[in-house]
Structures are given as structure tokens and as C-alpha cells.
Write a protein that binds this ligand. Structure first.
Ligand code: DIR
Ligand code: MN
Ligand code: MN
Ligand code: MN
Length: 311
């Protein structure tokens, strides 16, 4: 199968430097060559890491409390276009982040392409310690990597083209087709958003109670068979034991095996249309070994989502 790779060296959705080096580190550890040689995908495009420097405005004042709003908006508009073009051609799209704000572009890109190509709505499985569903007004931090679900689903809106106003209705994710796995650090405003919009979420409580196998079964059952799936995986869903090198680690997370299991099970549906792997920040670990461990975990998740099997 053809694989479109979008490598996004971008960090302005949150304040810590270094997450823009995530894709480089993942690629340097051999991820793409293994995908090609061992998993048999045909890579489309040059898969070089984009920095989008030409899109970054010289001055970018806060807007509605959002930090770097013009930068994050225009870079995401470009990511949207890249993902859209791959998905429109029927390619599976792999996006390597970068902070999770890039999912504004990836989710809107695959949602629009799948509407046009298959006349279907996508489902999104969002694997994360965080819900990333703040609106600009609801956010306590102003960091846009805490808002991608809100913008990609139309729960946050803007009429200013330069501040996400480019997002049109035919690009939006239906929140009834969204399911979370791994949540454990959700802001009060976000809890209200999940409740009021009837959004399906499996927290770490559910993983402990039912086990990862049943949680994934329930998530896939909720989505419904034969629905195109966009998997957006924030590496901080994993416990810091497995992925310490990330911007907002939260204890009590998924084991690497549980993360891999989610990816394997989603692959097995045969319905995967796009994968994001985000928030790998090689510069944040206390030790070089911690950074390497996080990169290895990221590579493992992606390979599992692309069909690597144990036997
Ligand atoms: C927090 C943290 N909810 C925020 N979000 C993070 O800033 O909106 N997302 N870390 O990955
Ligand atoms: Mn996230
Ligand atoms: Mn997160
Ligand atoms: Mn928090």
C-alpha cells in the first residue's frame, strides 16, 4: 500500500523547545526504512522534515488568549493540504510531529478527503493523557496543542481566516465519531466539554477496570465496523516509564505493550486511513537513554499501526 509521510518539525503549539526535532529523531532511528523494507509500504513524497519557516509571521500577538495563533494556524493550513492530498489519492497518511496542535491540520485533511473520496465521515481515536479539547476561551494555558480537537470538530470556531477561519464545514470531525483512550489529566473545562457533547472517552480508570483488550473492543464497537479511522497518538498517553521525553508527562499511563496493542488492533480493522504520532521531544529526558527510549516507543507504536505483528 502507498504511504504518504508528513514530517512536521513544529513546536509552536506549546512552549517547550525541541519537539520540532521529534520527526528527525524518529526517522534517524530507521523508522521509514523499516516501514519500507520490512512492512512493504511504498513511501510517497520525499518525506523530508518540514519546518514551515516561510509560513511563520514576523509578529504574532496573542489572540483570544491563544499563543502563537497566526503561526499555528498557517502551518496547520499547510499540513491540512498535505494530508488532504495524500488521503485524496487513497494513501494511508503518516504524520510525525511535532506538538499535537498539528492534528488540527491532519484531522481536517483526512476528514475532507474521505468525505470526497468515499462519501463517509471519519472516526478519530485520540490516544492521549489529555483531552486536547479546550477552546481558546476555556483554556487555562493558551497553548494550542491543548485545543486541536475543539478546532477540528467545530467546537471552537473563528471567522478570521488567519486564525483558523480557513477551517470549513466539510473539513470537520463529527464529535459523535470521536473516542478517547488513556485520559488522566483533563481540565475542568474539558470535562464539561466531554459531558455536554456526549463524547465517548475511556480513561485510565477504564483501562484498569476492563483491561486494554475490552477497552479497544468497546471503542471500535462504538465507532462501528467499516468506518475509516484516523488514529491520533500522543506519546504522552504512555507512562513516563516508557516515554519520559515529552512535554507534559503524566504518571499512571499506558504501558508500551498497551499502546502497541491499541495500534495493532486498529491496524487489524483494515479501516485505518491516517496516523499521527506526536509530542516526542528528544531534548526533555533527564538522560540520553530516556530520549532514546521515547523514540523507540514512538517507532514501535507506528510500526504496530502499520501492521507489524508479533508472529
Ligand atoms: C492542558 C495540557 N490541558 C492545556 N494539555 C496538554 O494546556 O490545555 N496537551 N498537555 O497535550
Ligand atoms: Mn495531545
Ligand atoms: Mn497529551
Ligand atoms: Mn492539566
Amino acid at each position: 500500500r502507498d504511504l504518504g509521510v508528513v514530517a512536521v518539525g513544529f513546536s509552536k503549539g506549546q512552549p517547550k523547545a525541541g519537539v520540532d526535532a521529534g520527526p528527525e529523531a524518529l526517522i534517524a532511528s530507521g523508522l521509514l526504512s523499516r516501514i519500507q523494507d520490512e512492512l512493504g509500504y511504498k513511501l510517497c513524497g520525499d518525506a523530508k522534515v518540514e519546518k514551515y519557516e516561510e509560513l511563520i509571521p514576523t509578529s504574532d500577538p496573542d489572540h483570544r488568549g491563544m499563543k502563537n495563533p497566526g503561526t499555528v494556524s498557517s502551518v496547520n493550513r499547510q499540513i491540512h493540504q498535505q494530508v488532504y492530498e495524500h488521503a485524496k489519492e487513497g494513501r494511508l497518511v503518516l504524520t510525525l510531529g511535532g506538538d499535537h496542535s498539528v492534528a488540527i491540520g491532519t484531522v481536517t485533511g483526512s476528514a475532507k478527503a474521505i468525505r470526497e473520496r468515499l462519501d463517509r465521515e471519519i472516526a478519530v481515536i485520540w490516544v492521549d493523557a489529555h483531552a486536547d479539547i479546550n477552546t481558546p476561551e476555556g483554556s487555562e494555558s493558551g497553548n494550542i496543542h491543548g485545543m486541536p480537537v475543539a478546532f477540528a470538530s467545530g467546537l471552537a470556531k473563528s471567522d478570521k481566516e488567519e486564525y483558523f477561519g480557513w477551517i470549513r464545514d466539510d473539513m470537520l470531525l463529527n464529535v459523535k465519531k470521536l473516542v478517547y483512550i488513556g485520559l488522566r489529566d483533563v481540565d475542568n473545562f474539558e470535562k464539561k466539554m466531554l459531558r455536554e457533547n456526549g463524547i465517548k472517552a475511556f480513561s485510565m480508570f477504564d483501562v484498569d477496570r476492563f483491561g486494554i483488550g475490552r477497552v479497544v473492543d468497546m471503542a471500535l464497537e462504538y465507532i462501528g465496523a467499516d468506518t475509516p479511522i484516523h488514529l491520533s497518538f500522543d506519546v504522552d498517553a504512555l507512562d513516563p516509564m516508557w516515554a519520559p521525553s515529552t512535554g507534559t508527562p503524566v504518571r499512571g499511563g499506558l504501558t508500551l505493550r498497551e499502546g502497541d496493542y491499541i495500534c495493532e488492533a486498529v491496524h487489524q480493522t483494515g479501516s485505518l486511513v491516517a496516523i499521527d504520532l506526536v509530542e516526542v521531544n528528544p531534548s526533555l529526558a533527564a538522560t540520553e537513554a530516556g530520549a532514546q527510549e521515547t523514540v523507540r516507543a514512538g517507532c514501535s507504536l507506528v510500526r504496530c499501526a502499520l501492521g507489524e505483528t508479533l508472529l
